[in-house]
Design a protein around this ligand. Structure first.
Ligand code: SF4
Ligand code: SF4
Length: 494
């Protein structure tokens, strides 16, 4: 069967579910990609025809060189590539803690679900004591020396500054400080010079929400008090950067901004020079239905590709695309995209603990912190089983290695079952893998020796990273997903 997307033709084979042949006319050639063993063979047009005939059962494999024949046919599940993440088990080693001091915010972004559905969290503010207890309780079960990540999330967490400061001091004053990454996700508005100095002194990675330059950003990100928030957010960004914080920017695209999002994103990167960036193209559902601001999968794939290409030119790590591309480069497979599936505890503003902040409003799977266990939180183990790597429906998908399965909460809301996978995500991911294979052939142009077949080495695959150097020091939450060089270079998953 063949399908053409992003100027790349994709052929699949009934008898070889993990084999995918991607063909382009410019440059003329193909990539054979086995998603179970994570091996690739670049073929000339003549080589591609032979590979296609062999995999279709129309030609003898004897016509192939032995090493190519082995990649195509001989290696099976017993030699499958290793996975980035082992399947999660119980609650004794959960390395990610989200503290949510409040679900309130000074902004009223049209696409934000979390501030609109505060439910039983309305008016609650997480106390400094409850925050410290959360840190002790969750990280106290992580083996000494193992990396762990504290994320301060909201709403706007800095609306409860005493809790944010207390949590950071508690970690940095504790025995595992050197093993703990701290990330603050903020709109930036409350960051004054004093706060910036504090964040920098305590090695807090600041992830700031900016949707682009002023006109694009202010399309949705309006102050409840009136007016756009761009100026105030950028002022906070600059203060934190000048103080020496490592900085990330997370930008959200919508149907209203899609036509100018990528250009604004690139200009923003050039102007603000973050250490890391991200383009959010999926929105959490509103009222159980897909957000009306949600763009279509083909538009989402285009924006991911365009913003990644810009980040790659500038040498800036791009979260959503590097999460997908990292497994391809490293030759491993990603088990989870959702930190709730992969292992995190969320402590909500009212002090209850759960696994996903978006469920805090209605309390699904939230219990008192001290009662959090696999018995009391049924989702904790069922979500751990939610991975495309274990799903029959994903076996033939070319995006399988880098997928991770998307957001369980979105599936719960849109499909009525958190364990299902959203077709919107699937179409987006498949379009991106088509582009990636075409891009790989473009990057390899003129670099390979003449011949009909070339088995790719890690350094060949790494060409798709361009100027991006996956320095662990520039990336928050580095323990969650390994990146590029398993065991050494890593990236974040959310
Ligand atoms: S379910 Fe979605 S929102 Fe919740 S932790 Fe997972 S990815 Fe995040
Ligand atoms: S993109 Fe869809 S079909 Fe493919 S691995 Fe992910 S969830 Fe499965």
């Amino acid at each position: 069967m063949s399908l053409s997307l992003e100027n790349v033709t994709h052929s699949t084979f009934d008898e070889h579910p993990y084999a995918h042949l991607f063909t382009t006319s410019d440059p003329a050639g193909a990539v054979l990609f086995r998603t179970d063993v994570m091996q690739q063979v670049v073929c000339s047009p003549r080589g591609a025809e032979l590979v296609k005939a062999v995999l279709s059962g129309e030609a003898s494999p004897e016509g192939l060189p032995p090493d190519v024949r082995q990649v195509l046919l001989d290696m099976g599940a017993e030699s499958a590539a290793s996975d980035h993440d082992p399947r999660r088990g119980g609650t004794v080693n959960v390395p990610t803690l989200y503290l949510v001091p409040t679900l309130a915010c000074q902004l009223g972004c049209a696409y934000c679900r979390i501030t609109r559905k505060q439910g039983q969290q309305t008016g609650s503010r997480l106390s400094p004591e409850a925050a410290r207890n959360g840190i002790d309780h969750v990280f106290g079960r992580v083996p000494s020396g193992a990396r762990r990540t504290l994320v301060l999330f909201g709403g706007e967490p800095l609306l409860v500054p005493e809790t944010v400061f207390s949590a950071i001091c508690h970690v940095r004053g504790g025995p595992e400080s050197a093993n703990t990454d701290i990330m603050l996700q903020t709109n930036g508005i409350p960051i004054d010079a004093e706060t910036a100095e504090f964040l920098a002194a305590n090695e807090v990675f600041v992830l700031l929400s900016l949707d682009g330059l002023e006109e694009v950003h202010n399309q949705h990100r309006m102050l409840l008090a009136g007016g756009g928030s761009f100026e105030a957010s950028v002022a906070g960004y600059r203060k934190a950067k000048e103080a020496g914080c490592r900085m990330g920017i997370s930008a959200t695209s919508t149907v209203e901004t899609a036509d100018r999002f990528s250009a604004s994103f690139e200009a923003m990167l050039q102007e603000l020079a973050p250490d890391k960036c991200g383009a959010v193209t999926h929105l959490h559902p509103m009222s159980g239905e897909r957000s009306p601001h949600q763009i279509a999968p083909d538009v989402a794939a285009g924006i991911q590709i365009e913003t990644y290409s810009a980040a790659r030119r500038l040498g800036i790590y791009h979260q959503q695309m590097c999460e997908r591309i990292g497994p391809f480069v490293s030759g491993t497979r990603r088990r989870y995209a959702c930190a709730g599936c992969g292992g995190k505890v969320v402590v909500a503003p009212n002090g209850a603990a759960g696994i996903c902040e978006y469920n805090a409003g209605d309390g699904r799977s939230f219990v008192p912190l001290k009662e959090f266990s696999t018995d009391t939180v049924a989702d904790f183990l069922s979500w751990a089983a939610r991975s495309p790597l274990d799903a029959d429906e994903c076996v033939r998908c070319p995006a399988l290695p880098g997928c991770g399965g998307g957001c369980a909460y979105d599936s719960q809301q849109i499909l009525g079952d958190a364990l299902k996978f959203d077709p919107w995500l699937c179409e987006t991911n498949v379009r991106i893998i088509h582009w990636l294979m075409g891009d790989l052939l473009t990057q390899l142009r003129g670099r390979l020796p003449a011949g009909d077949f070339h088995i790719l080495a890690p350094e060949d695959r790494a060409l798709v990273l361009g100027n991006i150097t996956p320095e662990a020091a520039n990336i928050p939450m580095p323990h969650i997903v390994r990146y590029h060089d398993p065991g050494a270079q890593r990236c974040c998953a959310e």
